[in-house]
Design a protein around this ligand. Structure first.
Ligand SMILES: [Zn+2]
Length: 158
């Protein structure tokens, strides 16, 4: 069975990537708006509050962009500042959601990374190794982007 949480995790990563592209000037605002709308559409069983906060900031981008297009005017400096703030909020939402995923063991993921030494882990899916000292429940292989259980994670007894 495929993990919905893991599917969402991948969407959050792409959302963060697209926002980084926008912040670096590689992605146009109009493409960011379209991409964010379709990416969030793939998210399943997402907290209502999360989605409404996402829509609030996404809606602001949409609105500023549409008004600029309709009036055929460049986006003002104050609107650019609003855009930058909303984009930051959207990135934070995706980063928080991604971290939340990593903090809880995902029972639908079967692979566990292997410990190489105090700093390095090896992916049991693609055998790539990477430096990772996280104590989260889950880690993500940077080579194949699969989620794995973190062998360094220990459940604190309640
Ligand atoms: Zn891998």
């Amino acid at each position: 069975m495929e993990s919905i949480k893991d599917c969402n995790r991948k969407q959050y990563q792409i959302i963060i990537e697209r926002i980084n592209w926008f912040e670096k000037g590689i992605l146009e605002l109009t493409s960011l708006i379209d991409d964010l709308e379709s990416l969030q559409g793939y998210l399943q069983e997402v907290d209502k509050k999360w989605r409404s906060e996402f829509y609030k900031d996404w809606g602001l981008l949409e609105e500023i962009y549409s008004v600029a297009v309709v009036e055929n005017e460049p986006i003002s400096t104050s609107d650019r500042e609003k855009i930058a703030q909303s984009v930051k909020n959207l990135k934070k939402l995706a980063e928080d959601a991604l971290n939340e995923y990593l903090e809880q063991p995902d029972p639908l993921i079967l692979n566990t990374a292997a410990i190489i030494d105090d700093e390095w882990l090896m992916c049991s899916n693609c055998t790539d190794s990477w430096k990772c000292t996280s104590n989260n429940a889950m880690v993500i292989c940077p080579a194949c982007n699969e989620a794995l259980h973190n062998p360094r994670y220990h459940i604190e007894s309640a």
